[in-house]
Design a protein around this ligand. Structure first.
Ligand SMILES: Cc1ncc(C[n+]2csc(CCOP(=O)(O)OP(=O)(O)O)c2C)c(N)n1
Ligand SMILES: [Mg+2]
Length: 678
């Protein structure tokens, strides 16, 4: 492991750096040096951070912001702006410096000075919501890349719907070696290539260095060949040569495929001894090295000081898009689809969707169908897809199992983006990240399906959605041992508990068709985070008498009160609620009166008043029933409660046999009530 923290062996990099620094000074280079100086100073002041990447990619970023990126620093929320994603989020100072230099409000020098400190917008990694020009939270490598594919796809889909005069922008990404090593970028790149997302451009910070040293310790692939095989255009350039940079970005703008530009850079460009080594990746340069870097770059200014003659061209870059934006605003003002475009971009739900769902639910209350909740979800979607035109669906190759496709949606295909259904392929993580990108872009509400057990493949993207507060709706079917014969590899056990442990996620496990419709209503309205619809393969009887209002919205409610004082309260979710109801009936015949609480969403229940919670939970002993591990149920059952569920993995057999085998039965509930009563 001689490579770790081995700062030597960078002779070639230093020689190339010397050659580049000896070139004729240019305004571009001086502007880029402002980024480098701010990155050095901010990391030095914070005593932590990542100077190497901003120093290495400053030239590429300067070219992008100065000549290519369509933006107006005065209006970072302009809907037709180009999206820029810093996928290599550790290089956050690159983004903060760019926003500062281009004159974005809210990114003054005091923010840069407080880099990485509490309440600074310049957090350790870029955080969505801290500043309107931060398009997404990045840091988990690869996810920025994958999310940007969703942004680029959303642009194409909205352009197909509203036309080029309103929607015509590009998506630019800066990704590092790490992003391209991460599997999720492989999934996303394959999808982007297949769909021919030609307005997506990735600038790869091809510095051949990561934390453990030279990337050659772990990688020997030909990355550009890999991307070419995905259907991308590729270019390899000197990432410090402004002419090559501009030519490559121009090439990307004309490409009929997504484009990746390998920008050969020197990490920590300017650092006199550490440039080209892992030593500049993630630590302050240190006094002497920092001073030496500024000297080498010809930067003779006090820390955090940028001279006016360098601010000036940066400010010009910041307002370069203002006229384009004004022209766009004029087009919007007289566009026949203006109202609808504004509505979807503002994230406002359409008129009439609530009524459409109420009518659908009223029909359910009447017909009382026995359905698997995944089937009930499909029926709810039939109403929603009609009523909510911004809803776009998809599945990771399980369309027929997830029941996510509704007739008439139309497929999204390479080069044709007018449809509303995306075939993500068997790329769950890529799908979830792309869904985040679609949601972040605005104008569309994405849902996507897979088996619940494979939600683990998507977990990091669901986590980012939760952190960012992004509306992504996951349709997760085959939610328990109830899926039967496919066996324990496909039977989720710990997934409910593990997603319930994640902040800002709604885990919704409805018990019948009406609750499923309610869960969809909740998910559509939940604009500030992801919702997981956890749905059954097997049928469940209709349990609800009435469909008025939305009982699931309080998370848990008394589905059937005891006739008289409660001998026990049975709390169940999803498919196990009908077991609880059957047990209640059997017990009543024996003179034992229990209440059944249906708890489709424990997160929402936890948000209710203590009075409501007490009213629902009652004072009688409690029994929890869920065909999953019991982790977390203590909170609702108390120390004396009994949990009926799974103690380990499932097995391969027909569902009814498995419920018997694992003791999740009406008889077990009856026995538990009797035991509690003694
Ligand atoms: C998913 C994930 N794994 C690990 C890390 C920790 N990490 C941060 S940066 C980095 C190295 C990235 O290398 P590269 O993209 O080449 O960045 P450079 O050193 O060139 O700036 C690692 C492993 C992370 N942020 N995300
Ligand atoms: Mg690298």
């Amino acid at each position: 492991m001689a490579s770790i923290a081995d700062h030597s062996g960078n002779g070639a990099a230093l020689a190339r750096q010397a050659e580049l620094l000896a070139r004729e000074p240019s305004e571009d280079r001086a502007m880029a040096n402002a980024i480098r100086a701010l990155a050095i100073d901010a990391v030095e002041a914070a005593k932590s951070g990542h100077p190497g990447m901003p120093m290495g990619m400053a030239d590429a970023a300067t070219t992008l912001y100065r000549k290519f990126l369509k933006f107006d620093a005065a209006a970072p929320d302009w809907w037709d702006r180009d999206r820029f994603v810093l996928s290599a989020g550790h290089g956050s100072m690159l983004l903060y410096a760019l926003l500062h230099l281009t004159g974005h409000e809210g990114m003054g020098i005091e923010q840069i000075k407080s880099f990485r400190q509490l309440h600074s917008r310049a957090a350790g990694h870029p955080e969505y919501g801290e500043h309107p020009a931060i398009e997404m939270t990045t840091g988990p490598l690869g996810q920025g890349f994958a999310t940007s594919v969703g942004m680029a796809l959303a642009e194409r889909m909205l352009a197909a719907k509203f036309g080029k005069s309103l929607v015509d922008h590009r998506t630019w990404v800066i990704a590092g070696d790490g992003c391209l090593q991460e599997g999720v970028s492989h999934e996303a790149a394959a999808l982007a290539g297949h769909l021919k997302l030609n307005k997506l451009t990735v600038l790869w910070d091809d510095n051949s260095i990561s934390i453990d040293g030279a990337t050659s310790v772990s990688t020997s692939e030909d990355t550009l060949k890999r991307f070419a095989a995905y259907g991308w255009n590729t270019r390899r350039i000197d990432g410090h040569d402004f002419e090559e940079l501009a030519a490559a970005l121009t090439f990307a703008q004309k490409s009929s495929k997504p484009t990746i530009i390998a920008c050969k850079t020197i990490i920590g460009f300017g650092a006199p001894t550490k440039a080209g080594t892992a030593g500049v990746h993630g630590a302050a340069l240190g006094g002497a090295e920092a001073e030496g870097a500024k000297k080498a770059l010809g930067w003779n200014h006090l820390p955090f000081t940028v001279p006016d003659e360098i601010y000036a061209p940066w400010r010009e870059a910041g307002s370069r898009g203002a006229a384009t934006r004004r022209a766009w605003l004029k087009r919007l003002a007289k566009h026949p689809m203006r109202a609808e475009f504004e509505r979807v971009m503002q994230g406002k739900l359409p008129e009439g969707w609530v009524e459409a769902m109420s009518a659908y639910k009223a029909g359910l209350a009447e017909a009382k169908p026995k359905l698997a909740t995944r089937q009930a979800s499909q029926k709810a979607l039939e109403a929603l897809v009609q009523a909510v035109p911004e809803l776009v669906g998809g599945s990771a190759d399980l369309t027929g199992s997830n029941l996510t496709l509704i007739k008439g949606m139309g497929d999204v295909t390479p080069g044709n983006y007018a449809g509303r259904y995306i075939y993500y392929g068997i790329r769950e993580f890529g799908m979830a990240a792309a869904m985040n990108g679609i949601a972040l872009h605005g104008g569309l509400i994405p849902y996507g399906g897979t088996f619940f057990v494979f939600a683990d493949y998507m977990r990091p993207a669901i986590r980012l959605a939760a952190l960012m507060g992004t509306r992504a709706i996951h349709v997760l079917t085959h939610d328990s041992i109830g899926l039967g014969e496919d066996g324990p590899t496909h039977q989720p056990i710990e997934h409910l508990a593990s997603f319930r442990a994640m902040p800002n996620v709604l885990v919704l496990r409805p018990a019948d068709a009406i609750e499923t419709a309610e869960a969809w209503e909740i998910a559509i309205k939940n604009a500030k985070g992801p919702s997981l619809l956890v749905l059954s393969r097997q049928g469940v009887p209709a349990l609800r008498e009435s469909a008025n209002g939305n009982k699931s919205a309080r998370g848990a409610y008394v589905l059937a009160e005891a006739n008289g004082p409660r001998a026990a309260t049975i709390i169940a979710t999803g498919t196990e609620v009908s077991l609880a109801m059957a047990a209640r009936k059997t017990l009543a015949a024996q003179g034992i009166e229990v209440a059944v609480v249906s708890a489709p969403c424990l997160e929402l229940f936890a948000q209710q008043s203590p009075e409501y919670q007490k009213e629902v939970l009652g004072t009688a002993s409690r029994i929890g029933v869920e065909a999953a591990g019991g982790f977390g149920w203590e909170r609702w059952l108390g120390p004396d409660g009994i949990f009926i569920g799974m103690n380990g993995f499932g097995a391969s057999a027909p569902a009814e046999i498995l419920y018997e085998h694992f003791g999740i039965t009406e008889a077990a509930i009856v026995a538990a009530v009797k035991k509690e009563g003694n």
